[in-house]
Write a protein that binds this ligand. Structure first.
Ligand code: GUN
Length: 297
């Protein structure tokens, strides 16, 4: 049986280090980092994420500023709010919750955020910096995946990594980070031929497709480490619903060396990495070194 990777416990430890870093920023430099979150509309999943982000930001000792706008807000109004936040020296990080309503061009909004305050790491300049290995703000879920892998393996150098999914939020950035760690990286997607065969070569298998339980146990190389990024709500036979990942957890546990569960795997790492990015952004904006305790890679 595989080991279950406890992302929830790892995130608790990381948040503790972040809170300590925040405390010394406040006490030694009089800087209290602040994260602004913009939510447009009332998507229930987004509301839950935003509430959790706000709560954990405050628990880490930082300021959380939430801007909740109605579903019919215009693109100009969102861009004008982003501009205000860019120019507000008290704000260190800006996150616009996605998805945005259809009248708003997401990439226009993302690229309007100041590069230094882009704690999601989605701005085209941060994406470019990540791809050429320059210092940048790194997307949160991919950063969380790498931290869990490095905690498990130590070095990832020379390992064969297969990423299932090519999204801008997870698949592409996590592939760049794996490459930076000197893995041999294969990015797969819906047109990949013999996906089970490709996956079965992986020492590290990252599933980020959004298809419930798609990756089966017999796609897995014995002893491989599986990072399941999927969060899918499905109906059970008893008429209830439950959360599952993109990996058939039971099947994978019989073959793999270690697997992240859903929930309790990568999910809790995402917000912890967002808090980490907010501290990093605040330090860089004040020309201070990033505290060693949170400089995990
Ligand atoms: N919606 C789902 N995941 C994310 C994320 O990581 N960042 C933002 N801004 N929106 C999201």
């Amino acid at each position: 049986m595989a080991t279950v990777i406890d992302g929830k416990a790892f995130a608790v430890g990381l948040r503790k280090k972040i809170a300590e870093s925040v405390s010394s920023l406040v006490n030694e430099h009089g800087i209290k980092p602040a994260l602004a979150v913009v939510l447009v509309g009332e998507d229930p999943a987004s509301q839950v994420y935003v509430r959790n982000k706000g709560k954990q930001t405050v628990e880490a000792g930082m300021d959380s500023i939430e801007h909740k706008l109605s579903i019919d807000t215009s693109e100009e109004e969102v861009l004008s709010l982003v501009n205000e936040l860019n120019n507000d020296p008290r704000i260190n990080g800006i996150l616009v919750q996605l998805p945005l309503p259809k009248q708003i061009d997401e990439s226009k909004v993302i690229n309007a955020i100041s590069v230094e305050k882009d704690v999601d790491g989605f701005h085209i300049e941060n994406v470019g910096k990540l791809s050429i290995g320059e210092e940048s703000l790194v997307p949160c879920t991919p950063a969380g995946c790498i931290m869990l892998l490095k905690d498990h393996f130590g070095s990832l150098s020379g390992k064969s990594a297969v990423v299932v999914g090519r999204s801008n939020i997870v698949g592409k950035p996590v592939s760049m980070l794996l490459l930076k760690e000197s893995c041999t990286v294969t990015i797969t997607h819906s047109r990949t031929q013999d996906l089970p065969g490709v996956c079965s070569q992986a020492d590290i298998l990252i599933a980020a497709v959004g298809v419930p339980e798609m990756v089966k146990g017999d796609w897995v190389k014995p002893g491989a480490v599986i990072i399941d990024v999927g969060i899918n709500r499905i109906s059970t036979e008893e008429g209830k619903t439950k959360l599952v990942g993109d990996v058939d957890f039971k099947g994978a546990m019989e073959v793999a060396g270690a697997v992240t569960p859903v929930p309790g795997g990568v999910g809790p790492m995402t917000i912890a990495c967002l808090l980490r990015n907010t501290v990093i952004a605040a330090c860089r904006q004040h020309n201070l070194d990033v505290p060693e305790a949170i400089k995990t890679f």
